[in-house]
Write a protein that binds this ligand. Structure first.
Ligand code: NDP
Length: 282
């Protein structure tokens, strides 16, 4: 058996088109254009690429995009004042402060200052709490993208055994909560899990978010499973995921490639969250 490839590029393009259609409708019916403010502090090259990709995606779906590039010497008070100003603006529906921040700024303090109703990154404890009690508003973009890929590839989630390898706050834990909400039976694994291979072999849905190249082996995969590989690892052979792709494809029913799987979904889900933030103000 060779697995169906879950095409994150195509699915994320579909989502961006749907968002663009909803933006046109919102403009016609309510005269409202969603706005996303992105704040970048310093000159980290990777962050600059992420921010310009976000700006491009905003333009493509018809959002107003506001980009603020602050110097690496910006003080915590200055950044907090900027967040306060953005919190108060009617034309800004979503606020994203690009991480990492320079050492003189406490990132936790900044994230806490963002109005939870404009927290389109879903990192504010209020939004994490809303997800934990089963009433999500803004779910962080990568975990939301994982679940969207599963749903749009037609994976049966109701009652499925879902195994998540990785328990980080930004991926593993929120993915587990979302899959619980979808009525999966959820197991979360981490570096102290005993016999990880045996746990993975029970998975109808397997999500790998570890950050170790090809750690999840082909013979850990249950026949017919759906595999979502969140891992992005730079190796001499280029980018690889956390799953041994070729061997896993022989057993799985569906699998995401790396790159071209989860990666493109993150910005698409950011666009969805920003649209939702604008809808909340109607
Ligand atoms: P973290 O390093 O924060 O977490 C890794 C998790 O994997 C931890 O819970 C750790 O366990 C667990 N782990 C590490 N080694 C093992 C092992 N040998 N066996 C079992 N579990 C293990 O990583 P992130 O969650 O931030 O990211 C994971 C991967 O996803 C990375 O490759 C990252 O680049 C990628 N990523 C991709 C994104 C995208 O596509 N847009 C966005 C975010 C991340 P323990 O808690 O016990 O230490």
């Amino acid at each position: 058996m060779s697995a169906e490839i879950i095409d994150g590029k195509k699915i994320s393009a579909d989502i961006r088109q749907e968002v663009a259609a909803d933006v046109r409708k919102m403009q016609e019916e309510h005269g409202l254009t969603p706005g996303l403010a992105v704040v970048l502090v310093g000159e980290d090259p990777a962050s600059q690429v992420y921010v310009s990709n976000k700006e491009k995606a905003c333009k493509e779906v018809g959002f107003n995009s506001f980009k603020y590039e602050l110097s690496a010497e910006t003080s915590e008070e200055e950044l907090l004042a900027m967040v306060d100003e953005l919190n108060g603006r009617d034309d800004v529906h979503g606020i994203l402060v690009q991480l990492p921040l320079p050492d003189q700024i406490d990132a936790e303090k900044v994230l806490l200052r963002i109005d939870p109703d404009k927290d389109v990154d879903g990192f504010h404890p209020m939004n994490v709490g809303r997800l934990a009690v089963g009433a999500p508003v803004f779910v962080s973009c990568t975990p939301a993208g994982v679940v969207e890929l599963l749903k749009r590839s037609g994976t049966e989630l109701e009652g499925a055994n879902a195994v998540i390898v990785g328990r980080s706050n930004i991926v593993g834990k929120p993915v587990a909560l979302l899959l619980l909400d979808e009525n999966c039976t959820v197991t979360i694994c981490h570096s102290r899990t005993r016999d990880l291979a045996a746990v993975c072999r029970e998975a109808d849905v397997l999500v790998a978010a570890v950050g170790v190249p090809e750690m999840v082996k082909g013979d850990w995969i249950k026949e017919g499973a759906a595999i979502i590989d969140v891992g992005i690892n730079r190796t001499d052979d280029g980018l690889v995921g956390d799953v041994e792709y070729d061997a896993a494809s022989e057993k799985a029913a569906a699998i995401t490639p790396v790159p071209g799987g989860v990666g493109p979904m993150t910005i698409a889900m950011l666009m969805k969250n920003t649209l939702k933030a604008a809808e909340l103000t109607l």
